[in-house]
Each structure stands twice: as structure tokens, then as C-alpha cells.
Design a protein around this ligand. Structure first.
Ligand code: AMP
Length: 493
């Protein structure tokens, strides 16, 4: 089984319908996309089966044809986050031992200096000549365990590692998406608001299978107004967005666009207060995923209907949870003794199923530490409630232990954000002689510490209250918008 089969099916069923769009402009039909991908694949055979081929680009329509060409040639797709520093990209290219990099002209120019692999500019004359090469036959005999995608972790902690994702893994992800979250057809669209090197790109397979349009914004970036306009002009729009992007949509003050159907948010915490604002602005279009590169997009989820109870937003405990296990995935929480934790007891979240990676690329130690006894150790802490909803309590290393009590920063951040003057909040532990660690809150907003203290004391236990507030203009974030807790901690040392 090869993921190219998804495009084969779409081309057979919907051949002359629009497949790929740049803004409002149609770039390819399903037939022409299939044809170009197989010709591109024909030009890649020299690299050899299993060769790693990197793509380093802002969102562009060609990423779709490259993805399917790489799979047709039985090579491995290695997308690079285009916001990384060239030095970081160079590290990934060297680690993956890539044979060739397809890059946009801007990123290609920066990458060439790293000298790690030949760089070819997407859309150049040479690139276009590949699209007229002799077409490869569609692959028919690929082992589903064959590597399809090397997903480099976003590196909020240390060096990025390559999660090895097979055709089977991504098929399991696709089926689970179609079963749990969204059921697109040929009258629908996937709008690529988030980077296609990450979540938005992972969603290409399920939408291609159903013949839904692939819409790439003309700006190649996430511009809230442009995104909302595209959801007016294309039919049945779905998108994966990071929580910070959802917040930016809300800030436009615009109403729900006519054709906006589904926004899957996740990849980082969405605070309850922000989610309620987003639901008030755009209605019941939201679906939450909890996943990680090692189990792409698929560990638990909060389905669309779970966001509402009897027509109003569900209780905060539900909206603040990450939902329940996704179809085809076993999820458990393990206590310190390695046994399943009791209801409401916090422990490490583990999962297993066809979606879980086979390991980290050329990194046996990290693989052995992460895949244990058939389970993926996520490194996230959480607890199940009696109804089977999982709530995340930060990554194990983010927990603050103060005077022997565990404090989960997310809980304190949620409450801080309920204060109308707090725009952003990041809570971390700082070393302290007396307490071991103390809670410190970094705040973006115009508010006094005593006001925040009063606000917190009304809502949570006194020992969870920050002993110190640091007021900042913005919180440090990585290129996917995740707050860099490590940077905050470093500032305190
Ligand atoms: P990545 O592999 O870069 O996608 O990062 C995965 C990590 O992001 C997970 O292990 C979680 O710590 C975090 N994460 C993913 N989804 C959610 C979510 N819905 N809520 C909170 N954190 C999340």
C-alpha cells in the first residue's frame, strides 16, 4: 500500500475537477496533478528507493505534487519548517542524510551555503523539465511499513529528532481523521493556513482521498483576512490551525465566512477562554486534536459535538480537556509504578496503534526511551476523568514542584487568562533554596501583581499562586507558535 493510491483514486473519480488552487486560481485538476507527480517521480528514480528528499518552502502548490511524486518513487518526504534558521535546517538535512532538497528561491539561497545536499529551486526551468520527464508507473507493491515521511520534532526541548512515519502510519491517521473529525467530499476544500511542513501537510492525504480541493493562500503565509476570504470563495472549507492562529482570526472581528465548515486546532494548548471567544465568533466549527509527530495528529480528540452541550458551550472541564481516544488508538495514563493510573490520577500519557511511528531515524537510544513495551511514551502528563476525557497537565518537565507539591502551569495560566487585562501568560518554575522551586508567571498585559493575586486567590489553592510576576512585551515562541518554556526558565537562572 502506497499513499500515492489516494491520488490515483481521486484522479480516477474526479479527473477534470479542480485539485490544487493558489488563492482563487486553479493550478491543477486531479488528472494533471497525478500526471505531473508521476513525471516528477520519473525524474527522481536516480536517487534510489528509500532516498530522503527534503522540501524547504513556504506554503506553495508544488508541495502537493512533490509529496505524491516522492511517494510514487518510493522515496521519503522530509519537509523542513521554513522558519528554521539555515543552520538548524542544515542539521536536519545532515541527520536525514538527504539526497536532494527542493526549496523555494528564498530559502534555497540561504540553504546552499550549508552545503549539505544539492538544492533545486521549486518552479525553476530545471524543475519544470522534471515535470515533462517520462512518467513512472503508479506504484502497486509498496510495503505499507515503507518509510513515507520523516517528521522532525519541533525541538522545544533540545535537538530535533526524525520520527519515522510509514505509509501505514499515515493511512491510519487519515482513516481516523475521516472517522472522527471531518467527512469531506469533492465539493470541499482544505485551506492551508498552517505550515504544510507540519500539521497542514499531514492533512493532505485524507482530503486528497475524498477529492477535496487543496487551497494554498497566495501570500504563502497565514494572513487572517486572506484566510477568511478563501473560506468565502471556496466550497466547504476545513483547515488545521495552531491555537495562536485561531486567536488571530478572532481578533479580525469578522463573522464566520459562508463556507467555513471545520477548524481543527491543536498542537499546543488552547485556553478555555480563547476557545469560548472563538466559538462565539465562528460558531460550532471547532474540533480539537491532541497528537505529536510520533503519533501524527492522532492520540485523542474533542469532536465537534463535544464542544456543545444542549446548544451552549460545554462545561469548562470538557473544553479544557483534549477529549478521548481517537479511533484505532489505545490511550492510557501510567502512574509512577508503570501501572494504569486511577481516574483523576495524573501520570504519563502513553498510546499505541497503527498511527505510532516505528522509531526515531538513526537514533536507537531515543527510540528505546520512547517506545517501551509496545507503547509510545508521549512525555506529556495527564489524567482521565470518569467519562474518559483526558486532560493534559503539561509535559513532565514543565511541572513545577514547590515545597513537595506538584503545580501544573497550564492550570495557573488558564486562570490568569480569565483576568480581562491579561493577554498572554506563561508559568514556569524557578530554582529556590527554600521551596526547591517557586512558581513564576510571565505576563503580557497591563495589570498589577496584587490584582492578579486577588484574582487567583478567589479561584485556586494559595500554594499554586505565583510568588513572582515578570511583565514582558511578548512571550518567546517557536516558529509553530508554541511558547518556549525553556527560554522562560533560562531567563530566571
Ligand atoms: P509536535 O510533535 O511538535 O506536534 O508537538 C507535540 C506536543 O504538543 C505534544 O506532545 C503536546 O505536548 C503538545 N500538544 C499537542 N496537541 C495539544 C493539545 N491539543 N493541547 C495541548 N498541547 C498539545
Amino acid at each position: 500500500m502506497n499513499l500515492f493510491g489516494l491520488l490515483d483514486q481521486a484522479a480516477a473519480r474526479f479527473g477534470d475537477r479542480g485539485a490544487v488552487y493558489l488563492g482563487d486560481q486553479q493550478v491543477h485538476t486531479w488528472s494533471s496533478l497525478r500526471e505531473r507527480s508521476l513525471r516528477l517521480a520519473g525524474s527522481l528514480t536516480g536517487a534510489g528507493r528509500g532516498a530522503r528528499i527534503a522540501v524547504a518552502s513556504e506554503n506553495r502548490p508544488e508541495i502537493v505534487e512533490l509529496m505524491f511524486a516522492i511517494w510514487a518513487a518510493e522515496c521519503v518526504f522530509v519537509p523542513l519548517n521554513y522558519k528554521l534558521h539555515p543552520r538548524e535546517m542544515g542539521q536536519i538535512l545532515a541527520d536525514a542524510d538527504v539526497s536532494l532538497v527542493f526549496a523555494s528561491s528564498k530559502i534555497g539561497a540561504e540553504l546552499t551555503s550549508t552545503g549539505s545536499a544539492p538544492v533545486e529551486t521549486i518552479g525553476s526551468a530545471h524543475y519544470e523539465s522534471r515535470c515533462t520527464a517520462e512518467a513512472l508507473d503508479a506504484p502497486r507493491h509498496t510495503d505499507p511499513a515503507h518509510l513515507a515521511w520523516l517528521f522532525y520534532t519541533s525541538g522545544t526541548t533540545g535537538r530535533s529528532k526524525g520520527a519515522m512515519l510509514s505509509h501505514r502510519n499515515l493511512m491510519a491517521m487519515s482513516v481516523s481523521h475521516l472517522a472522527d473529525f471531518d467527512s469531506p467530499d469533492e465539493n470541499c476544500s482544505l485551506v492551508h493556513g498552517a505550515p504544510m511542513s507540519h500539521g497542514s501537510g499531514l492533512y493532505v492525504p485524507p482530503y486528497v482521498l475524498r477529492g477535496a480541493r487543496q487551497v494554498v493562500p497566495a501570500s504563502s503565509a497565514f494572513e487572517p483576512d486572506e484566510f477568511l476570504d478563501l473560506c468565502e470563495s471556496h466550497p466547504g472549507c476545513s483547515a488545521f490551525l495552531a491555537p495562536t492562529m485561531v486567536a488571530r482570526l478572532v481578533q479580525t472581528g469578522r463573522e464566520r465566512p459562508r463556507n467555513l465548515k471545520t477548524i481543527v486546532y491543536g498542537g499546543g494548548p488552547m485556553y478555555v477562554d480563547s476557545l469560548k471567544k472563538a466559538m462565539a465568533a465562528f460558531g460550532p466549527v471547532f474540533v480539537q486534536l491532541y497528537g505529536q509527530g510520533e503519533a501524527p495528529m492522532t492520540i485523542t480528540g474533542l469532536r465537534r459535538a463535544d464542544h456543545l452541550h444542549a446548544g451552549i458551550p460545554a462545561p469548562d472541564e470538557v473544553l479544557g480537556s483534549v477529549g478521548y481516544a481517537r479511533s484505532g488508538v489505545d490511550v492510557a495514563v501510567l502512574g509512577p509504578d508503570g501501572r494504569p493510573a486511577a481516574v483523576d490520577e495524573i501520570g504519563e500519557i502513553v498510546c499505541r496503534g497503527d498511527v505510532v511511528m516505528s522509531g526515531y531515524w538513526r537514533n536507537a537510544d531515543a527510540t528505546a526511551a520512547t517506545l517501551r513495551d509496545g507503547w509510545l511514551r508521549t512525555g506529556d502528563m495527564g489524567s482521565f476523568d470518569a467519562d474518559g476525557y483526558l486532560t493534559l497537565r503539561d509535559r513532565s518537565k514543565d511541572v513545577v514542584i514547590s515545597g513537595g507539591s506538584n503545580i501544573y502551569p497550564r492550570e495557573v495560566e488558564e486562570i490568569l487568562l480569565e483576568h480581562p487585562a491579561v493577554l498572554e501568560a506563561g508559568v514556569v518554575g524557578a530554582p529556590d533554596e527554600e521551596w526547591g522551586e517557586i512558581v513564576v508567571a510571565f505576563i503580557v498585559g497591563d495589570v498589577r501583581p496584587d490584582e492578579l493575586d486577588a484574582h487567583l486567590l478567589e479561584r485556586i489553592a494559595r500554594f499554586k499562586r505565583p510568588k513572582r510576576y515578570e511583565f514582558v512585551d511578548e512571550l518567546p515562541k517557536n516558529s509553530y507558535g508554541k511558547v518556549l518554556k525553556r527560554d522562560l526558565r533560562d531567563r530566571l537562572r
